[in-house]
Structure formats: C-alpha cells, structure tokens
Design a protein around this ligand. Structure first.
Ligand SMILES: *[C@@H]1O[C@H](CO)[C@@H](O)[C@H](O)[C@H]1NC(C)=O
Ligand SMILES: *[C@@H]1O[C@H](CO)[C@@H](O)[C@H](O)[C@H]1NC(C)=O
Ligand SMILES: *[C@@H]1O[C@H](CO)[C@@H](O)[C@H](O)[C@H]1NC(C)=O
Ligand SMILES: *[C@@H]1O[C@H](CO)[C@@H](O)[C@H](O)[C@H]1NC(C)=O
Ligand SMILES: *[C@@H]1O[C@H](CO)[C@@H](O)[C@H](O)[C@H]1NC(C)=O
Ligand SMILES: *[C@@H]1O[C@H](CO)[C@@H](O)[C@H](O)[C@H]1NC(C)=O
Ligand SMILES: [Fe+2]
Length: 450
C-alpha cells in the first residue's frame, strides 16, 4: 500500500515536471503597434528556452519567435512564472488565422483570431466592462459565448481584475487569466489599470498584460476603424507614493496624444476620440468613493492647486466619449462639463452634444457585489442600473456610434441603448466660445490643427 502510494506520487511528479511545467497557459491577445499586428502572451511555470507561435490562414504554416521574462511579483518565496510574448506582424487583413503557442516542450490548444480589415467601412465592435473578478464573474460565460461566436473585434477591460491578481501568491491572477483565456485567446483583450492592481507596484498588471507601445501598459492609444482609443491610469492620482511626477508625466503624454489625434489628417480618419480609465469623475453611488465628491481629483486636479485635472483637458481637445468603471454599476450621463449638462438639443441630447459623454460600466461581476445608488438622482444622470452586465459598442462610421447595455441578471436583455451622432468632431470650445478660459499654449496648439 505504502509502496504503491509512493510510486503513484512519483508518477504524478514525473507527469508534472514533464508536462505541466512547460505547458502554456493563460493565453491572451492584444493589438501590437497597430490593430494590424497581434501580440500573443502566455505563461509557463518553467523556462522553456523558446517562445514560439505557429500560425497561418487555414493551417499553421508560419512560425514566429518571441521573448520570455521571469515574473515574480515579490509575494512569495521564489514562486514565479515565465511570461512569453510573440508579436505577429504583416498579417493579411480581414482573415481568420489559426494559431497555437509554446515550444518543443509543450503546445497550447489551437485558437483562432480574425485580423483587422483594412477597408474604410470597417465597423469594429467591442464588449466593454470593468471590475470583473475571479469569484462571481457573473458576465463571464455570456462574454465567452459571444466572443467565440464572433460578436466582438476586441474587449476593453476598464481596470480591476481578478480581485486581486496578486492574491494567494499570484495564483488568483493565474486562475483569472485562465478564466478569460476563452475570450482573450480569440480577440485582443485591451486593458487599463484599476486600484485592485496596485499591490507590488502594479507588477501583476504591468507584467501580465502587454499593451501597445505608448508608455507602458499604463498609457497607450490605438486607432481602430473610425475610433482613436486612449487608455490611461487614473491610479496615478490616487496612490501618492508615485508622487506628482507620474501625474505630470501622464498629463503631458495625454495632451501630446490628443494634439496628434486632433491633427486634421488624423481626426479625419479617426474622428471619434474615446478615453478609458478606471475611476470616474462623476457617479451617484453611495459608497463615498471619490466620484461621489464634487471635486473629484481626476476631474479638477490635485487638491487646492487644481492643476492637472483631466476634465478640462479632455473637453478642450474634443474627446467624444469617456468610459469609466470602479463603481459596480452602469451609469450613462447626459453630455457634461463641470456639472453643467450640454445636450445637443432637448429632444436629441446626443446629437452634436456640447460636451463629452461619460459612461460608467463597472458591473461585470466580482466578489464585492453591487454598489447602491443615491435615492436622489442627479439631473446629469440619464440612465442607471445596478444589474450585473457589460456594455457593447459598435462604431458605425464617422458620424454614428452605438452603445448598448446588456443585463446578465435579466438573461442578456439590452436595458439601455444610445446613439451618439456627430456631424463634426472638434474641440468643444469652438461651439461654446469660452475663450477666456483658454491658456495661450493650448490655443496655439489648436490653431495648428484648424
Ligand atoms: C521547474 O522549476 C522549479 C522551480 O524553479 C525547479 O525546482 C524544477 O526543477 C524545474 N523543473 C524542471 C523539470 O526543470
Ligand atoms: C515602483 O515603481 C516606480 C515607477 O516605476 C519606481 O520608481 C519605484 O522604484 C518602484 N518601487 C518599488 C518598491 O519597486
Ligand atoms: C516612457 O517614459 C519613460 C520615462 O520618461 C521614457 O524614458 C521612455 O522612453 C518612454 N517610453 C516610450 C515607449 O515612450
Ligand atoms: C445623496 O445625494 C445628496 C444630494 O446630492 C447628498 O446630499 C447625499 O449626501 C447623498 N447621500 C449619500 C448616501 O451619498
Ligand atoms: C437633456 O436632455 C434630456 C432628454 O431630453 C432631458 O431629460 C434633460 O432635462 C436635459 N437636460 C438639460 C439640462 O437640458
Ligand atoms: C452611418 O451609419 C448610420 C447608421 O447605420 C447611417 O444611418 C448613416 O447613413 C451612415 N453614414 C454614412 C455617411 O455612411
Ligand atoms: Fe476599482
């Protein structure tokens, strides 16, 4: 008896060392330098000495090599993993590719992805959500199903993953990455950091996700169809150990990106500018988070000095939509600037709105449950729901953008929908003529692109 247990243990050990330790897991995709490149990322427990993706249209006839790094988040004595990444470039547009990843020591199952179309009529579609955990990830099954049925070109996960990726020596992060593999193995999984990623200097976020080159996965942007999507870290405002330097650095990076996005040749091709970040500037929850305060730090900038606030910056450069999460709710706002509603018109508030449209979508599902709404609904709140669910976006063309909110609690029912229609995209100041508030530098920048 004792002998056979020992033999069994040895066999298990042998199996572990030969297969599991070199077996690719946590496979996920992201866009590379542009949406025409794909980055494949995965983990192995031991060093496989090679990082390979075999891929192609109709068969795995191509081979691409990548890089590998050892990741140990500092949470445990020596526990770590090897994170591999391979960049696929020169893809034929609008084609179904099959791929697997690994090395001669072990391969993943076969996955597929669709390369981005290069024609002007591409109407990319997204699922968007924040705050999805390892436990109670209520929207996950529906998202897995819809992704593999080809509903989406990409996912935008607006911060707060796993709850938390660093927990249990990183094993909660590993499990979460395995849970989303049936989404992220098929479409680019684009992210921004949330407060739950803060531990060990955001290392679990920065190391596990491989976002396009911007300045690290904290801030980057990419063009996709008629959209220019910018991802930022609201967390630089909330974790003061980073100091004001990171706030200034991101602010300047963001302003530069917005200047470039507003150059006529760029804004003509990608007129919709969408910013995503984790913590909202406005919300009407009752949890006393910063967005329940009048002077949200991301909105007005650092206390007393009121510099590096994002609301004015995004307004000045004509950002169309701002997507946030963090509150475990869904909330859609009327077009808003500085607590004033700028409806396009009373009948059609979102036709040529006079300010950015904010959407909060942090209700994908996590172990912390829902947040509650204040009994008095502010006049700037257009729609609110605490159902678990997620947002869909379809970018029709340069003038029409469509959002809808899916309730998982109501079996996938669409509980809210929204067309934003804009005949032209430009800094709002031009319509509102609040020139006095302009600083001369920004005015000069704007003159350069009008
Ligand atoms: C895998 O890595 C562990 C931890 O570093 C090590 O103890 C083990 O010997 C390695 N196994 C193989 C088969 O290389
Ligand atoms: C955390 O990250 C910042 C910015 O990258 C760096 O300056 C700092 O040294 C890091 N701190 C630790 C404890 O790793
Ligand atoms: C990111 O910012 C750092 C710090 O300023 C800079 O040294 C680095 O070149 C930047 N990287 C990219 C890709 O812009
Ligand atoms: C609800 O909103 C009102 C009016 O804005 C505010 O005075 C009150 O403090 C809020 N209540 C909670 C519980 O946040
Ligand atoms: C904005 O439009 C909506 C829908 O017509 C309306 O309910 C709301 O009162 C309007 N707000 C303002 C400030 O005009
Ligand atoms: C943009 O899409 C909307 C919605 O499908 C459509 O009504 C409109 O005609 C389109 N505009 C152009 C210029 O194709
Ligand atoms: Fe959060």
């Amino acid at each position: 008896m004792y002998f056979s247990v020992v033999v069994l243990l040895c066999v298990v050990k042998l199996i572990n060392s030969q297969i599991l330790w070199f077996q690719p897991e946590q496979i996920h995709l992201a866009y590379g330098k542009s949406v025409y490149d794909i980055t494949v990322t995965w983990s192995t427990l031991n060093d496989t000495k090679a990082s390979v993706v075999e891929y192609g249209i109709g068969g795995m006839i191509l081979k691409e090599f990548g890089t590998c790094k050892f990741f140990d988040d500092g949470g445990y004595k020596g526990y770590g993993q090897y994170i591999h990444s391979v960049k696929l470039t020169g893809l034929t547009p609008n084609s179904i590719y099959v791929y697997h990843c690994g090395s001669s020591l072990g391969w993943s199952p076969q996955f597929w992805f669709k390369s981005s179309p290069d024609h002007k009529n591409w109407q990319p579609q997204f699922a968007i959500y924040g705050d999805m955990g390892n436990e109670n990830a209520q929207s996950l099954a529906r998202l897995q199903e819809e992704t593999q049925r080809g509903f989406y070109d990409a996912i935008l996960h607006v911060g707060d993953f796993a709850y938390d990726m660093d927990s249990e020596y990183g094993q909660v992060g590993d499990e979460f990455m395995k849970q989303i593999e049936s989404i992220a193995g098929y479409v680019p999984y684009m992210t921004c950091p949330g407060n739950h990623e803060e531990r060990y200097n955001f290392s679990n976020y920065l190391e596990r996700f491989n976002m396009p080159e911007g300045n690290t996965s904290f801030m980057y942007s990419f063009d996709i169809g008629p959209l220019h999507i910018i991802s930022i870290s609201t967390e630089v405002y909330y974790f003061p150990y980073y100091g004001i330097k990171s706030i200034v650095f991101q602010y300047e990076w963001l302003e530069n990106d917005l200047i470039k996005a507003n150059l006529p040749e760029n804004r003509e091709k990608h007129p919709w500018i969408i910013v995503m970040g984790h913590r909202p500037m406005y919300c009407s929850s009752t949890d006393k988070d910063d967005c329940t305060h009048h002077e949200t730090i991301t909105r007005v900038g650092i206390p007393f000095l009121h510099i590096f606030g994002l609301e004015k910056l995004l307004y000045d450069y004509g950002v169309d939509v701002e997507i946030w999460a963090h509150e475990h709710i869904y909330q859609r706002l009327w077009p808003i600037y500085n607590y004033k509603v700028y409806n396009g018109s009373y009948e059609n508030p979102y036709v040529n709105p006079g300010a950015p449209v904010h959407i909060i979508t942090g209700s994908a599902g996590c172990k912390e449950g829902h947040d509650e709404f204040n009994m008095t609904r502010p006049e700037w709140s257009a729609f609110q729901s605490k159902d678990y669910g997620y947002t869909r976006l379809k970018a029709y063309n340069n003038t029409h953008l469509y959002f809808e909110q899916v309730s998982d609690d109501k079996g996938g029912m669409v509980i809210d929908s929204l067309w934003i229609i804009k005949n032209s995209h430009k800094p709002y100041r031009y319509s509102n003529m609040d020139w006095a508030a302009f600083d001369s530098v920004r005015l000069k920048n704007m003159n350069n692109f009008t």
